[in-house]
Design a protein around this ligand. Structure first.
Ligand code: ADP
Ligand code: MG
Length: 453
């Protein structure tokens, strides 16, 4: 611990960097002057490579200084066979004093200062994206170029890409950062083309603006689909920046390969660096996000209310947060205490309209089959492979939860499965829900599909 404190002070490392790279390290062994540290977490090799490049040498020095002896230091992944890793001395970036305030630089960069790594909740769904984004922010142009982040709507892509920009500006007073969405970039190109004949200078200005930056952040790149001129401009800017070792970060709703209407040469540029994804947040992450949000709102909100929201908004962080805001706002207006009943009332219209028809076993089987992208016939078969057995057991569980049918009837719906099998399947899933967050989340998602209310 003393080493940690010493390290943080000595090298003036940002809190979030410290928290991401240094704090998680655990001492695996210490013998014969050889210290082995373990870097846990899900970022795996990607994170390890980076920490070695950036921090190994510094860590070694500060441990040596603290213990006053010479040492060998290596960092490994959990359970990894010990292998020697060369240390690379990290670059010390030169800091030139510029008299522009941070606020202004943030505005010039087109960034929103509320999007920071500090306010970003890390979960297993976004761990790799967060770690690599932070690495890029600490060492722009030096690690993954371009960094390509993809994922569904409202999962934190804009938050992350802007965090990179804000971090760079804050920690590197001379760095030039520019954030844009591909939509506004496209609009700029369209405007320019319109004026083409009359104003060459503007085109030159435009290109200079994008080619003079250290970090270029383009959000929602998918919108350049089908726009040839825009793609051409981006291609040229990209090559220019890339050659100069300037950092490029892109976000998209799909991975490069799956994007349509985009020139092949551009796709291959996108794939040249590192591609990372953000998935739907699992239950724990949703709760963590809600708790953080509740904290900043200054309201003391009952855990049960947060659980209710976490259970009903599973695939979009914006909606998740929006629901909490809505509950808080309505409680203020109506001077009502925030209870689960109150929350469910306020949020009623946000969750999809009620199913008029009673929920049947067939209905559930169809939804589960659809979710797993297998056929209902396969679910209602005797096929024993996990691919089918697991969804089948999920059906048994959900049929018991949602219908009043007898075990025999549920078995019949699953085509002659007997009641003992149904009972076994139900118990198995039920206990998995308690022990395995994957199953719990899956059930959450399916429950919501089956009955959105
Ligand atoms: P996207 O760009 O992927 O559609 P955003 O970055 O706009 O999503 O995120 C939507 C909202 O959810 C934003 O207010 C953002 O701050 C918030 N958000 C998303 N992920 C997280 C997270 N992991 N921690 C904290 N807030 C998050
Ligand atoms: Mg976005």
């Amino acid at each position: 611990p003393e080493i940690l404190d010493f390290f943080k002070q000595e090298y003036d490392i940002a809190d979030v960097s410290f928290k991401t790279w240094i704090l998680p390290l655990e001492v695996e062994s210490f013998d014969n002057n050889m210290i082995t540290l373990v870097f846990p977490g899900e970022s795996g090799k990607t994170g390890l490579q980076y920490i070695n490049k950036k921090y190994l040498a510094l860590l070694k020095i500060s441990i040596e200084e603290t213990l006053n002896q010479e040492l060998e230091l290596q960092i490994i992944l959990p359970n990894e066979t010990v292998s020697k890793i060369e240390d690379e001395s990290s670059k010390i970036s030169s800091v030139s004093q510029e008299d522009i305030s941070l606020e202004n630089r943030i505005l010039d960069a087109n960034l929103n200062k509320k999007y920071t790594f500090d306010s970003f909740v890390v979960g297993s769904n976004n761990n790799i994206a967060q770690v690599t984004s932070l690495a890029v922010a600490e060492s722009p142009g030096d690690v993954y170029n371009p960094l390509f982040i993809y994922g569904g709507v409202g999962l934190g892509k804009t938050h992350l890409i802007q965090s990179i920009g804000n971090f760079v500006l804050k920690n590197n007073p001379s760095a030039k950062v520019l954030y844009t969405t591909s939509e506004s970039f496209t609009n700029e190109v369209i405007d320019l083309l319109r004026k083409k004949k009359t104003n060459q200078e503007e085109i030159i200005e435009f290109r200079k603006k994008y080619r003079s930056v250290d970090v270029l952040l383009i959000d929602d790149i998918q919108f350049i689909s089908g726009r040839d001129r825009t793609q051409e401009e981006i291609f040229n800017i990209f090559n220019d920046l890339f050659m100069k070792h300037k950092q490029i970060v892109l976000t998209s709703d799909k991975k490069p390969k799956d994007m349509e209407g985009i020139a092949e040469r551009l796709i291959s540029r996108f794939e040249q660096g590192l591609t990372v994804d953000i998935q739907n947040p699992d239950y724990e992450t949703r709760m963590a996000i809600l708790k953080k949000k509740a904290e900043t709102s200054g309201y003391n909100i009952d855990e049960g209310v947060l659980q209710y929201i976490a259970n009903h908004f599973v695939s979009n962080v914006r909606e998740l947060e929006g629901s909490l805001t809505r509950v808080i706002t309505f409680s203020k207006i109506s001077h009502s205490p925030i209870t689960v009943d109150f929350a469910s009332g306020v949020l009623q219209e946000l969750v999809a309209p009620n199913q008029e028809n009673a929920i049947t076993c067939e209905y559930i089987i169809n939804i589960v089959a659809d979710h797993f992208q297998i056929s209902p016939t396969d679910i209602c078969s005797k096929k024993k492979s996990r691919e089918f057995a697991y969804p089948r057991q999920i059906c048994m569980y959900l049929c018991r939860v949602f219908t009043d049918e007898k075990l025999e009837t549920i078995g019949a719906a699953l085509k002659k499965t007997n009641h003992a099998t149904v009972s076994y399947g139900y118990d198995k899933i039920k206990s998995e829900i308690e022990t395995d967050s994957k199953t719990r989340d899956l059930i959450d998602v399916l429950k919501k599909k089956i009955n959105p209310n």
